[in-house]
Design a protein around this ligand. Sequence first.
Ligand code: RAM
Length: 533
Amino acid sequence: MLDANRDRWMMIAESLAPKLTLSPVPVEAVVRLCEDAAAFHGWKAQSVAPASALGSQLIEPGGEVCLDFGRHIVGRLEVTLAGVTHPGHAEAVLSVRFGEVAAEIGPSVVDKTGKLGGEWLESVPLRVQPGGAVMCPTRRAFRYARVRVEEAPGPIRLAAARVVEESAVPASVEDMRLCRGPADLIEIDAVSLRTLRNCMQGVFEDGPKRDRRLWLGDLRLQALANYVSFRDMGLVKRCLYLFAACAYDDGVIPACVYERPRWHAGTEFIPDYSLLFGPTLLDYLEASGDMDTARDLWPIALRQTEVLRRFVDSDGLFVDPGDVWLYIDWHEGLDRQAAEQGTALYALEKLQCLGRRVGADAATLTELSRRYEQMSAAARTRLWDAKQGLFVSGKARQVSWASHVWLTLGGALSDDEARAGFDRLSNAPNALRPVTPYLHHHVIEAMFACGLGARASGWLRDYWGGMLRHDATTFWEVYDPEQPMLSPYASIRHNSYCHAWSCTPACFIRRGLLDPYIDAAESMTHAAHNAST
Ligand code: RAM
Protein backbone atom coordinates (compact mmCIF):
# COMPACT_ATOMS: atom_id res chain seq x y z
CA MET A 1 0.00 0.00 0.00
CA LEU A 2 2.79 2.40 0.96
CA ASP A 3 5.41 1.74 -1.70
CA ALA A 4 2.90 2.22 -4.45
CA ASN A 5 1.63 5.51 -3.04
CA ARG A 6 4.34 7.32 -1.11
CA ASP A 7 5.68 9.44 -3.98
CA ARG A 8 2.26 10.25 -5.33
CA TRP A 9 1.03 11.27 -1.87
CA MET A 10 4.06 13.48 -1.37
CA MET A 11 3.47 15.12 -4.75
CA ILE A 12 -0.12 15.89 -3.83
CA ALA A 13 1.06 17.37 -0.52
CA GLU A 14 3.70 19.49 -2.21
CA SER A 15 1.27 20.75 -4.82
CA LEU A 16 -0.81 22.19 -1.99
CA ALA A 17 1.98 24.29 -0.44
CA PRO A 18 0.32 27.59 0.45
CA LYS A 19 1.38 31.02 -0.69
CA LEU A 20 1.94 33.03 2.46
CA THR A 21 0.17 36.33 3.01
CA LEU A 22 2.48 39.13 4.19
CA SER A 23 1.14 42.09 6.14
CA PRO A 24 2.95 44.89 7.98
CA VAL A 25 2.34 45.38 11.69
CA PRO A 26 3.59 48.57 13.35
CA VAL A 27 5.16 48.72 16.79
CA GLU A 28 2.63 49.66 19.45
CA ALA A 29 4.70 50.87 22.38
CA VAL A 30 8.08 50.99 24.02
CA VAL A 31 8.06 48.98 27.23
CA ARG A 32 10.32 47.82 30.02
CA LEU A 33 10.18 44.21 31.16
CA CYS A 34 10.25 43.95 34.91
CA GLU A 35 9.81 41.34 37.58
CA ASP A 36 6.44 41.38 39.26
CA ALA A 37 5.42 38.80 41.83
CA ALA A 38 1.76 39.43 40.99
CA ALA A 39 2.19 38.56 37.30
CA PHE A 40 1.34 34.95 36.37
CA HIS A 41 4.85 34.06 35.22
CA GLY A 42 6.56 36.62 37.45
CA TRP A 43 7.26 39.22 34.74
CA LYS A 44 5.30 42.05 33.21
CA ALA A 45 5.77 44.69 30.50
CA GLN A 46 5.54 48.23 31.78
CA SER A 47 4.75 50.95 29.29
CA VAL A 48 7.59 53.45 28.87
CA ALA A 49 6.54 55.47 25.82
CA PRO A 50 4.14 55.36 22.90
CA ALA A 51 5.47 54.11 19.57
CA SER A 52 5.51 57.67 18.25
CA ALA A 53 8.26 58.52 20.76
CA LEU A 54 10.58 55.79 19.45
CA GLY A 55 12.31 58.00 16.88
CA SER A 56 13.32 60.57 19.46
CA GLN A 57 14.82 58.10 21.89
CA LEU A 58 18.63 57.96 21.89
CA ILE A 59 20.09 54.54 22.60
CA GLU A 60 23.70 54.43 23.76
CA PRO A 61 26.05 51.61 22.74
CA GLY A 62 25.37 48.90 25.30
CA GLY A 63 21.86 50.26 25.81
CA GLU A 64 18.59 48.76 24.63
CA VAL A 65 14.95 49.31 23.90
CA CYS A 66 12.09 46.82 24.20
CA LEU A 67 9.43 47.00 21.50
CA ASP A 68 5.89 45.80 22.14
CA PHE A 69 3.81 44.94 19.08
CA GLY A 70 0.64 44.74 21.15
CA ARG A 71 -0.12 41.14 20.32
CA HIS A 72 1.49 37.88 19.27
CA ILE A 73 2.87 37.94 15.70
CA VAL A 74 4.68 35.52 13.43
CA GLY A 75 6.96 37.29 11.01
CA ARG A 76 10.19 39.18 10.42
CA LEU A 77 11.21 42.25 12.36
CA GLU A 78 12.46 45.22 10.36
CA VAL A 79 14.17 48.20 11.99
CA THR A 80 15.22 51.43 10.34
CA LEU A 81 18.03 53.52 11.77
CA ALA A 82 17.74 57.30 11.84
CA GLY A 83 20.12 59.17 9.49
CA VAL A 84 23.73 60.02 10.15
CA THR A 85 24.37 61.17 13.66
CA HIS A 86 28.10 60.51 13.78
CA PRO A 87 31.00 61.23 11.53
CA GLY A 88 32.31 58.19 9.67
CA HIS A 89 28.92 56.61 8.81
CA ALA A 90 29.90 53.51 10.75
CA GLU A 91 27.32 50.77 10.84
CA ALA A 92 25.62 49.74 14.04
CA VAL A 93 25.51 46.17 15.25
CA LEU A 94 22.27 45.33 17.00
CA SER A 95 21.17 42.16 18.68
CA VAL A 96 17.54 41.23 19.14
CA ARG A 97 15.86 38.80 21.52
CA PHE A 98 12.28 37.81 20.84
CA GLY A 99 9.68 36.83 23.42
CA GLU A 100 6.13 35.60 23.10
CA VAL A 101 5.63 36.63 26.74
CA ALA A 102 7.53 38.97 29.03
CA ALA A 103 8.94 36.17 31.20
CA GLU A 104 10.77 34.66 28.25
CA ILE A 105 13.18 37.51 27.68
CA GLY A 106 12.74 39.53 30.85
CA PRO A 107 15.88 38.09 32.46
CA SER A 108 18.95 39.62 30.86
CA VAL A 109 20.68 36.24 30.71
CA VAL A 110 19.32 33.56 28.37
CA ASP A 111 17.75 30.73 30.37
CA LYS A 112 19.59 27.46 29.64
CA THR A 113 17.69 25.29 32.08
CA GLY A 114 14.99 24.01 29.72
CA LYS A 115 15.06 20.55 28.16
CA LEU A 116 14.67 21.73 24.59
CA GLY A 117 17.42 23.35 22.56
CA GLY A 118 16.16 26.88 23.14
CA GLU A 119 17.75 28.39 20.00
CA TRP A 120 14.79 30.73 19.67
CA LEU A 121 15.82 32.40 22.94
CA GLU A 122 19.25 33.33 21.61
CA SER A 123 19.71 36.82 20.22
CA VAL A 124 19.81 37.52 16.50
CA PRO A 125 22.58 39.89 15.28
CA LEU A 126 21.61 42.59 12.80
CA ARG A 127 24.00 45.02 11.05
CA VAL A 128 22.58 48.27 9.76
CA GLN A 129 23.89 51.49 8.24
CA PRO A 130 22.71 54.87 9.50
CA GLY A 131 19.59 55.77 7.54
CA GLY A 132 19.23 52.17 6.42
CA ALA A 133 16.79 49.40 7.23
CA VAL A 134 17.50 45.80 8.11
CA MET A 135 15.18 42.84 8.28
CA CYS A 136 15.62 39.85 10.54
CA PRO A 137 16.62 36.98 8.22
CA THR A 138 14.43 34.43 9.95
CA ARG A 139 10.80 34.27 10.85
CA ARG A 140 10.12 34.62 14.58
CA ALA A 141 7.11 34.24 16.86
CA PHE A 142 6.87 37.06 19.39
CA ARG A 143 5.12 39.99 20.90
CA TYR A 144 8.19 41.65 22.42
CA ALA A 145 11.52 42.39 20.71
CA ARG A 146 14.40 43.45 22.92
CA VAL A 147 16.79 45.41 20.70
CA ARG A 148 20.26 46.01 22.10
CA VAL A 149 22.95 48.21 20.56
CA GLU A 150 26.06 46.04 20.62
CA GLU A 151 28.37 48.34 18.65
CA ALA A 152 27.95 51.86 17.31
CA PRO A 153 30.15 54.92 17.05
CA GLY A 154 27.80 56.79 19.38
CA PRO A 155 24.14 56.88 20.42
CA ILE A 156 21.67 55.82 17.75
CA ARG A 157 17.96 56.30 17.14
CA LEU A 158 15.48 53.86 15.62
CA ALA A 159 13.48 55.79 13.05
CA ALA A 160 10.97 52.95 12.65
CA ALA A 161 10.24 49.36 13.58
CA ARG A 162 7.66 47.00 12.16
CA VAL A 163 7.02 43.33 11.58
CA VAL A 164 6.15 41.78 8.26
CA GLU A 165 3.65 39.23 9.45
CA GLU A 166 3.37 35.83 7.71
CA SER A 167 0.47 33.39 7.56
CA ALA A 168 -1.15 30.99 5.14
CA VAL A 169 -4.44 32.75 5.93
CA PRO A 170 -5.26 35.85 3.87
CA ALA A 171 -8.08 37.03 6.17
CA SER A 172 -7.15 38.96 9.28
CA VAL A 173 -8.48 38.08 12.71
CA GLU A 174 -10.20 41.46 12.83
CA ASP A 175 -12.05 40.61 9.57
CA MET A 176 -13.38 37.53 11.30
CA ARG A 177 -14.24 39.05 14.68
CA LEU A 178 -17.75 38.18 15.87
CA CYS A 179 -19.99 41.19 16.08
CA ARG A 180 -22.47 39.96 18.69
CA GLY A 181 -22.32 38.14 21.98
CA PRO A 182 -20.84 38.45 25.46
CA ALA A 183 -17.56 40.41 25.42
CA ASP A 184 -15.50 37.61 27.00
CA LEU A 185 -16.60 35.09 24.39
CA ILE A 186 -15.98 37.49 21.50
CA GLU A 187 -12.45 37.94 22.81
CA ILE A 188 -11.89 34.23 23.48
CA ASP A 189 -13.03 33.54 19.93
CA ALA A 190 -10.73 36.21 18.44
CA VAL A 191 -7.74 34.95 20.41
CA SER A 192 -8.53 31.38 19.33
CA LEU A 193 -8.49 32.50 15.70
CA ARG A 194 -5.25 34.42 16.15
CA THR A 195 -3.70 31.32 17.71
CA LEU A 196 -4.86 29.27 14.76
CA ARG A 197 -3.88 31.84 12.12
CA ASN A 198 -0.39 32.25 13.57
CA CYS A 199 0.11 28.48 13.52
CA MET A 200 -1.11 28.21 9.91
CA GLN A 201 2.08 28.55 7.93
CA GLY A 202 3.48 26.06 5.38
CA VAL A 203 1.54 23.47 7.39
CA PHE A 204 -0.50 23.56 10.59
CA GLU A 205 2.42 24.02 12.97
CA ASP A 206 2.13 22.99 16.61
CA GLY A 207 3.56 26.33 17.63
CA PRO A 208 5.40 28.86 15.47
CA LYS A 209 8.13 29.52 18.05
CA ARG A 210 10.15 26.33 18.40
CA ASP A 211 10.85 23.66 15.80
CA ARG A 212 7.57 24.21 13.91
CA ARG A 213 6.56 20.62 13.57
CA LEU A 214 3.32 19.22 12.24
CA TRP A 215 1.78 16.99 14.94
CA LEU A 216 -1.20 14.77 14.32
CA GLY A 217 -3.06 15.44 17.58
CA ASP A 218 -2.69 19.16 17.06
CA LEU A 219 -3.72 18.95 13.41
CA ARG A 220 -7.02 17.31 14.30
CA LEU A 221 -8.01 20.17 16.61
CA GLN A 222 -6.69 22.93 14.35
CA ALA A 223 -8.61 21.49 11.43
CA LEU A 224 -11.83 21.57 13.48
CA ALA A 225 -11.34 25.25 14.34
CA ASN A 226 -10.39 25.97 10.72
CA TYR A 227 -13.64 24.44 9.41
CA VAL A 228 -15.72 26.98 11.34
CA SER A 229 -13.48 29.94 10.52
CA PHE A 230 -10.91 30.28 7.73
CA ARG A 231 -12.05 27.11 5.92
CA ASP A 232 -8.72 26.42 4.26
CA MET A 233 -9.38 22.88 3.03
CA GLY A 234 -6.20 22.72 0.96
CA LEU A 235 -3.94 23.09 3.99
CA VAL A 236 -5.71 20.28 5.85
CA LYS A 237 -5.51 18.05 2.78
CA ARG A 238 -1.80 18.85 2.43
CA CYS A 239 -1.16 17.84 6.04
CA LEU A 240 -3.15 14.61 5.77
CA TYR A 241 -1.12 13.64 2.70
CA LEU A 242 2.15 14.60 4.40
CA PHE A 243 1.40 12.23 7.26
CA ALA A 244 0.43 9.45 4.89
CA ALA A 245 3.53 9.96 2.73
CA CYS A 246 5.79 9.98 5.79
CA ALA A 247 4.35 6.83 7.40
CA TYR A 248 6.90 4.30 8.69
CA ASP A 249 7.45 1.23 6.52
CA ASP A 250 4.90 -0.78 8.51
CA GLY A 251 2.22 1.80 7.73
CA VAL A 252 2.21 3.40 11.18
CA ILE A 253 1.70 7.14 11.03
CA PRO A 254 4.24 9.02 13.14
CA ALA A 255 3.15 11.51 15.77
CA CYS A 256 4.89 14.33 13.92
CA VAL A 257 6.70 15.17 10.69
CA TYR A 258 9.52 17.62 10.02
CA GLU A 259 10.01 19.80 6.98
CA ARG A 260 13.81 19.98 6.81
CA PRO A 261 15.96 18.99 5.02
CA ARG A 262 12.99 17.34 3.28
CA TRP A 263 9.70 16.12 4.70
CA HIS A 264 10.34 13.14 6.96
CA ALA A 265 8.83 11.30 9.89
CA GLY A 266 9.82 12.17 13.44
CA THR A 267 10.92 9.19 15.52
CA GLU A 268 8.07 9.87 17.93
CA PHE A 269 5.30 7.32 17.80
CA ILE A 270 2.26 8.01 19.97
CA PRO A 271 -0.54 5.44 19.65
CA ASP A 272 -3.23 7.90 20.76
CA TYR A 273 -2.14 10.24 17.96
CA SER A 274 -1.87 7.60 15.20
CA LEU A 275 -5.35 6.39 16.09
CA LEU A 276 -6.71 9.88 15.50
CA PHE A 277 -5.70 9.89 11.83
CA GLY A 278 -8.99 8.21 10.85
CA PRO A 279 -11.18 10.62 12.85
CA THR A 280 -9.23 13.56 11.37
CA LEU A 281 -9.87 12.22 7.87
CA LEU A 282 -13.57 11.77 8.64
CA ASP A 283 -13.83 15.36 9.94
CA TYR A 284 -12.13 16.54 6.73
CA LEU A 285 -14.55 14.56 4.57
CA GLU A 286 -17.52 15.99 6.44
CA ALA A 287 -16.23 19.57 6.17
CA SER A 288 -15.03 19.45 2.57
CA GLY A 289 -17.02 16.71 0.85
CA ASP A 290 -13.73 15.57 -0.73
CA MET A 291 -14.51 11.89 -1.20
CA ASP A 292 -11.49 11.25 -3.46
CA THR A 293 -9.08 12.08 -0.65
CA ALA A 294 -11.09 10.09 1.89
CA ARG A 295 -11.04 7.02 -0.40
CA ASP A 296 -7.36 7.46 -1.22
CA LEU A 297 -6.32 7.62 2.44
CA TRP A 298 -8.84 5.16 3.88
CA PRO A 299 -6.47 2.16 3.78
CA ILE A 300 -3.80 3.94 5.79
CA ALA A 301 -6.39 5.24 8.27
CA LEU A 302 -7.57 1.66 8.74
CA ARG A 303 -3.99 0.49 9.15
CA GLN A 304 -3.69 2.54 12.36
CA THR A 305 -6.34 0.40 14.02
CA GLU A 306 -4.40 -2.73 13.01
CA VAL A 307 -1.38 -1.35 14.82
CA LEU A 308 -3.51 -0.99 17.92
CA ARG A 309 -3.61 -4.80 18.20
CA ARG A 310 -0.04 -4.68 19.52
CA PHE A 311 -1.26 -3.01 22.69
CA VAL A 312 -4.50 -4.86 23.31
CA ASP A 313 -4.77 -8.16 25.21
CA SER A 314 -7.05 -11.04 24.27
CA ASP A 315 -9.95 -9.50 26.25
CA GLY A 316 -9.72 -6.24 24.35
CA LEU A 317 -7.98 -4.28 27.12
CA PHE A 318 -5.29 -1.70 26.32
CA VAL A 319 -2.09 -2.60 28.14
CA ASP A 320 0.61 0.01 28.59
CA PRO A 321 3.79 -1.60 27.21
CA GLY A 322 5.90 0.78 29.27
CA ASP A 323 8.29 1.73 26.50
CA VAL A 324 6.01 3.68 24.18
CA TRP A 325 5.10 7.37 24.47
CA LEU A 326 1.44 7.58 25.45
CA TYR A 327 0.45 11.24 25.40
CA ILE A 328 -3.16 12.19 26.39
CA ASP A 329 -1.96 15.15 28.52
CA TRP A 330 1.27 16.56 29.93
CA HIS A 331 0.46 15.55 33.52
CA GLU A 332 3.53 13.76 34.82
CA GLY A 333 1.78 11.34 37.11
CA LEU A 334 -1.04 10.44 34.75
CA ASP A 335 -1.72 6.75 34.16
CA ARG A 336 -2.86 6.64 30.57
CA GLN A 337 -4.23 3.12 30.18
CA ALA A 338 -7.93 3.98 30.54
CA ALA A 339 -7.69 7.12 28.41
CA GLU A 340 -5.96 5.07 25.68
CA GLN A 341 -8.80 2.57 25.88
CA GLY A 342 -11.21 5.49 25.38
CA THR A 343 -9.21 6.90 22.47
CA ALA A 344 -9.19 3.49 20.80
CA LEU A 345 -12.96 3.21 21.18
CA TYR A 346 -13.40 6.71 19.79
CA ALA A 347 -11.20 5.88 16.80
CA LEU A 348 -12.89 2.51 16.13
CA GLU A 349 -16.28 4.18 16.15
CA LYS A 350 -15.20 6.99 13.81
CA LEU A 351 -13.49 4.49 11.52
CA GLN A 352 -16.78 2.66 11.12
CA CYS A 353 -18.47 5.92 10.06
CA LEU A 354 -15.65 6.69 7.66
CA GLY A 355 -15.71 3.14 6.29
CA ARG A 356 -19.43 3.36 5.60
CA ARG A 357 -18.94 6.70 3.83
CA VAL A 358 -16.11 5.49 1.59
CA GLY A 359 -17.85 2.18 0.78
CA ALA A 360 -15.59 -0.20 2.72
CA ASP A 361 -16.43 -3.89 2.40
CA ALA A 362 -18.82 -5.51 4.86
CA ALA A 363 -16.18 -7.79 6.37
CA THR A 364 -13.99 -4.83 7.34
CA LEU A 365 -16.89 -3.00 8.91
CA THR A 366 -18.00 -6.06 10.81
CA GLU A 367 -14.51 -6.58 12.16
CA LEU A 368 -14.28 -2.93 13.29
CA SER A 369 -17.60 -3.26 15.03
CA ARG A 370 -16.58 -6.54 16.70
CA ARG A 371 -13.41 -4.96 18.02
CA TYR A 372 -15.32 -1.92 19.24
CA GLU A 373 -17.76 -4.12 21.18
CA GLN A 374 -14.95 -6.19 22.65
CA MET A 375 -12.99 -3.15 23.82
CA SER A 376 -16.13 -1.51 25.16
CA ALA A 377 -16.95 -4.63 27.17
CA ALA A 378 -13.35 -4.76 28.45
CA ALA A 379 -13.63 -1.16 29.63
CA ARG A 380 -16.69 -2.14 31.68
CA THR A 381 -15.34 -5.38 33.10
CA ARG A 382 -11.72 -4.44 33.68
CA LEU A 383 -11.62 -0.68 34.23
CA TRP A 384 -14.94 0.22 35.82
CA ASP A 385 -14.95 0.60 39.60
CA ALA A 386 -18.60 0.22 40.59
CA LYS A 387 -17.97 1.38 44.15
CA GLN A 388 -16.55 4.68 43.04
CA GLY A 389 -18.77 4.92 39.95
CA LEU A 390 -15.71 5.85 37.91
CA PHE A 391 -13.12 4.24 35.67
CA VAL A 392 -9.72 3.41 37.14
CA SER A 393 -6.45 3.17 35.28
CA GLY A 394 -3.31 1.08 35.69
CA LYS A 395 -2.13 -1.08 38.56
CA ALA A 396 -2.58 1.74 41.05
CA ARG A 397 -6.23 2.10 39.92
CA GLN A 398 -5.77 5.78 39.40
CA VAL A 399 -8.79 8.05 38.96
CA SER A 400 -8.41 10.95 36.53
CA TRP A 401 -10.40 13.35 34.40
CA ALA A 402 -8.50 12.02 31.38
CA SER A 403 -9.86 8.48 31.83
CA HIS A 404 -13.45 9.62 32.28
CA VAL A 405 -13.33 12.08 29.42
CA TRP A 406 -11.89 9.72 26.83
CA LEU A 407 -14.07 6.79 27.84
CA THR A 408 -17.08 9.11 27.60
CA LEU A 409 -15.99 10.22 24.13
CA GLY A 410 -15.42 6.59 23.21
CA GLY A 411 -19.05 5.79 24.08
CA ALA A 412 -18.29 3.43 26.98
CA LEU A 413 -20.87 5.12 29.22
CA SER A 414 -24.51 6.11 28.89
CA ASP A 415 -25.16 9.86 29.10
CA ASP A 416 -26.53 9.46 32.63
CA GLU A 417 -23.44 7.58 33.75
CA ALA A 418 -21.15 10.10 32.11
CA ARG A 419 -22.92 13.02 33.80
CA ALA A 420 -22.81 11.27 37.16
CA GLY A 421 -19.10 10.62 36.59
CA PHE A 422 -18.44 14.32 36.09
CA ASP A 423 -20.23 15.05 39.38
CA ARG A 424 -18.13 12.48 41.18
CA LEU A 425 -14.90 13.78 39.69
CA SER A 426 -15.73 17.29 40.85
CA ASN A 427 -15.99 15.94 44.38
CA ALA A 428 -12.84 13.82 44.15
CA PRO A 429 -9.91 16.08 45.03
CA ASN A 430 -7.44 13.28 44.29
CA ALA A 431 -8.64 12.77 40.72
CA LEU A 432 -5.86 13.98 38.41
CA ARG A 433 -6.90 17.13 36.62
CA PRO A 434 -6.00 18.24 33.08
CA VAL A 435 -3.08 20.61 32.62
CA THR A 436 -3.10 21.39 28.90
CA PRO A 437 -5.71 22.95 26.64
CA TYR A 438 -5.52 19.67 24.66
CA LEU A 439 -7.21 17.72 27.45
CA HIS A 440 -9.38 20.67 28.47
CA HIS A 441 -10.76 20.65 24.92
CA HIS A 442 -11.76 17.03 25.36
CA VAL A 443 -13.32 17.72 28.77
CA ILE A 444 -15.59 20.24 27.08
CA GLU A 445 -16.33 17.97 24.14
CA ALA A 446 -17.27 15.15 26.51
CA MET A 447 -19.46 17.45 28.62
CA PHE A 448 -21.37 18.62 25.56
CA ALA A 449 -21.65 15.03 24.34
CA CYS A 450 -23.37 13.84 27.52
CA GLY A 451 -25.69 16.82 27.90
CA LEU A 452 -23.71 18.98 30.32
CA GLY A 453 -23.75 22.02 28.05
CA ALA A 454 -24.07 24.63 30.79
CA ARG A 455 -21.09 23.17 32.59
CA ALA A 456 -19.05 22.94 29.40
CA SER A 457 -19.82 26.54 28.61
CA GLY A 458 -18.77 27.72 32.08
CA TRP A 459 -15.61 25.59 31.90
CA LEU A 460 -14.61 27.11 28.58
CA ARG A 461 -15.16 30.70 29.76
CA ASP A 462 -13.30 30.08 32.97
CA TYR A 463 -10.28 28.20 31.59
CA TRP A 464 -9.55 30.09 28.36
CA GLY A 465 -10.78 33.32 29.98
CA GLY A 466 -8.13 32.73 32.64
CA MET A 467 -5.36 32.99 30.04
CA LEU A 468 -6.89 36.26 28.81
CA ARG A 469 -6.82 37.59 32.34
CA HIS A 470 -3.07 36.89 32.27
CA ASP A 471 -2.71 39.03 29.14
CA ALA A 472 -2.62 36.24 26.55
CA THR A 473 -3.12 37.44 22.99
CA THR A 474 -2.77 33.86 21.74
CA PHE A 475 -3.51 30.73 23.77
CA TRP A 476 -0.77 28.72 25.47
CA GLU A 477 0.53 25.18 25.22
CA VAL A 478 0.30 24.59 28.97
CA TYR A 479 -1.97 26.38 31.42
CA ASP A 480 -2.84 25.27 34.90
CA PRO A 481 -4.19 28.19 36.93
CA GLU A 482 -2.80 26.55 40.08
CA GLN A 483 0.72 26.00 38.77
CA PRO A 484 2.11 29.04 36.94
CA MET A 485 5.57 27.56 36.53
CA LEU A 486 4.41 24.23 35.09
CA SER A 487 6.42 23.13 32.06
CA PRO A 488 6.92 19.74 30.42
CA TYR A 489 10.35 21.03 29.44
CA ALA A 490 11.62 22.13 32.90
CA SER A 491 11.36 25.82 32.02
CA ILE A 492 8.34 27.97 31.28
CA ARG A 493 10.56 29.78 28.77
CA HIS A 494 10.46 26.64 26.66
CA ASN A 495 6.67 26.45 26.68
CA SER A 496 4.92 27.70 23.58
CA TYR A 497 2.54 30.64 24.02
CA CYS A 498 0.80 30.37 20.68
CA HIS A 499 -0.09 26.74 20.54
CA ALA A 500 -2.03 24.72 18.02
CA TRP A 501 -4.17 22.66 20.33
CA SER A 502 -5.35 25.69 22.27
CA CYS A 503 -7.36 27.26 19.46
CA THR A 504 -10.54 25.23 19.84
CA PRO A 505 -12.91 27.50 21.79
CA ALA A 506 -13.83 28.89 18.36
CA CYS A 507 -15.25 25.45 17.44
CA PHE A 508 -17.73 25.44 20.30
CA ILE A 509 -18.59 29.13 20.03
CA ARG A 510 -19.03 29.21 16.26
CA ARG A 511 -21.05 26.02 16.16
CA GLY A 512 -23.52 27.82 18.45
CA LEU A 513 -23.04 25.29 21.26
CA LEU A 514 -22.81 27.99 23.91
CA ASP A 515 -25.86 29.90 22.70
CA PRO A 516 -28.38 28.13 24.98
CA TYR A 517 -26.35 29.23 28.00
CA ILE A 518 -26.07 32.91 27.26
CA ASP A 519 -28.65 35.64 27.19
CA ALA A 520 -30.80 35.07 24.07
CA ALA A 521 -30.25 38.68 22.99
CA GLU A 522 -26.53 37.96 22.87
CA SER A 523 -26.73 34.78 20.78
CA MET A 524 -23.53 34.32 18.83
CA THR A 525 -24.62 31.90 16.14
CA HIS A 526 -26.06 34.56 13.92
CA ALA A 527 -22.93 36.67 14.27
CA ALA A 528 -20.74 33.65 13.52
CA HIS A 529 -22.78 32.95 10.44
CA ASN A 530 -22.31 36.52 9.23
CA ALA A 531 -18.61 36.26 9.79
CA SER A 532 -18.22 33.14 7.70
CA THR A 533 -20.33 34.20 4.74
C1 RAM B 1 4.78 18.71 22.23
C2 RAM B 1 4.02 19.73 21.48
C3 RAM B 1 3.02 19.19 20.50
C4 RAM B 1 2.36 17.95 21.02
C5 RAM B 1 3.32 16.93 21.52
C6 RAM B 1 2.67 15.71 22.12
O1 RAM B 1 6.06 18.55 21.80
O2 RAM B 1 3.40 20.51 22.43
O3 RAM B 1 2.04 20.15 20.25
O4 RAM B 1 1.50 17.43 20.07
O5 RAM B 1 4.12 17.50 22.51
